[in-house]
Unconditional design. Structure first.
Length: 396
């Protein structure tokens, strides 16, 4: 029965990590998968995380199942991080949160929920978007279309084209927006454009689904939530898939969340009952460890402060690498203007390198990046910058 299967293509992002690991070149550089590295090229366990784990190990008494939607303390902590403690959506009980296996798990639960409870809805993705987005929703049976987002000429947001397209989206469809640090471009809407977009979504009767995987890595934990807040000011209903892979460095613990906001607490509870069926029939209930770490850190004043400092340090290092990359390219005599990279936010930049140039960087210099030209700025270090810019200058 299985004989007829061809080899499936490798994943465009995670497949790069496998190729990078197999490369024997000691000078290889991985700018592919969106994973933070420090200036020594390590992906560290955060101090706040390590301390939380010590406390958990010392006090844990059981490995019993979690509730289908995870621990209530976790859900509360997630909501307060997304929106702030005093936000009316949180205090009114209009939001319910499920702990999910990473942000991707949250997106898939959202996809199943949309398929079952928003019949006929199409999901709209930015063009471009994270390579896994269309596949997650298509696997859930949700039809997918795209709206314009990025203007390759100005290397900026195509705000007018985006808003014009959103004005044409039928009521009842779902619009996926990146909460901050747009993946793959690093280009986010301005505060004014967020307001306009949120107003248009409201007018059209569209359901927004916010993919919020990089909170804290753009401009700051609260500032990065400005788009979500603009939506909350107007919308009765919102879905938010969030992740602690990046801002807690908990990549392999698979800890994220799906938060649903409804018009009132009663509707939110009813929606939650259906989301729980989706979870139960997918993976039954979430793994405990990552959620326990996040709850411990977010609810303890000392650990929370330590974690916020570590997020700030990651954010500042990435921003520093953006500046150094642009300056080093200039120093190597590259004439093309790369200053747009300094304006972008989060781990990613759309470099403008062509697929051929990306392939040459890989084949000739063991420098790995996604075929679209997306680079993970968090993979740059003061140690690899010279070699990287030398190679980019050569292929340009
Ligand atoms: C990325 O875009 O590189 C990250 O979100 C990791 C992943 O799962 O693709």
């Amino acid at each position: 029965m299985l004989e007829r299967l061809d080899m499936a293509p490798p994943d465009p992002i995670l497949g790069l990590t496998a190729a990078f690991k197999a490369d024997p070149n000691p000078g290889k550089i991985n700018l592919g998968v969106g994973v933070y590295q420090d200036d020594q090229g390590r992906t560290p366990v955060l101090d706040a995380v390590r301390q939380a784990e010590e406390r958990i190990l010392a006090t844990e008494t059981s490995k019993n199942y979690l509730p289908i939607d995870g621990q209530p303390e976790y859900g509360r902590a997630v909501q307060e991080l997304l929106l702030g403690e005093d936000h009316p959506v949180v205090s009114s009980g209009r939001a319910v949160t499920l702990q999910t296996p990473g942000g991707t798990g949250g997106l898939r639960v959202a996809g199943d929920f949309i398929r079952q409870h928003c019949p006929g809805a199409t999901l709209w993705l930015s063009e471009p978007t994270w390579a896994n987005h269309p596949k997650v929703f298509e696997s859930a049976g949700v039809p997918v279309k795209t709206y314009p987002y990025y203007d390759a000429g100005s290397r900026d947001l195509a705000s007018e084209a985006m808003l014009a397209a959103v004005r044409q989206i039928p009521a009842g469809d779902v619009l996926l927006v990146h909460g901050c640090c747009h993946n793959p471009t690093g280009v986010d809407p301005s505060p004014e454009t967020w307001e306009e977009l949120a107003g248009t979504i409201r007018e059209r009767g569209i359901l927004p689904l916010v993919d919020f995987a990089y909170q804290g890595l753009g401009d700051g934990l609260r500032t990065d939530a400005r788009g979500l807040e603009a939506l909350c000011d107007r919308q009765e209903e919102i879905l938010v898939a969030s992740s602690f892979s990046k801002n807690f460095g908990l990549y392999n613990e698979r800890v994220g969340a799906l938060t649903l906001v409804a018009a009132n607490a009663d509707t939110a509870e009813r929606a939650l009952s259906h989301l729980k069926i989706t979870v139960r029939t997918n993976y039954s209930n979430p793994p405990a460890h990552g959620g326990a770490i996040v709850t411990q850190v977010l609810t303890d004043t000392t650990l929370r402060r330590a974690w916020e400092d570590e997020v700030e340090a990651m954010r500042n290092r990435i921003q520093g690498m953006r500046t150094l990359f642009v300056e080093t390219l200039q120093a190597k005599g590259v004439k093309r203007d790369f200053s747009f990279i300094q304006k972008q936010r989060g781990m990613f930049s759309f470099s403008g390198l062509t697929p051929d140039q990306v392939q040459r960087l890989r084949d000739e210099y063991s420098i790995y990046m996604v075929g679209s030209g997306r680079i993970n700025v968090a993979g740059m270090t003061t140690g690899n910058m010279d070699r990287l810019c030398q190679a980019v200058a050569a292929v340009l």
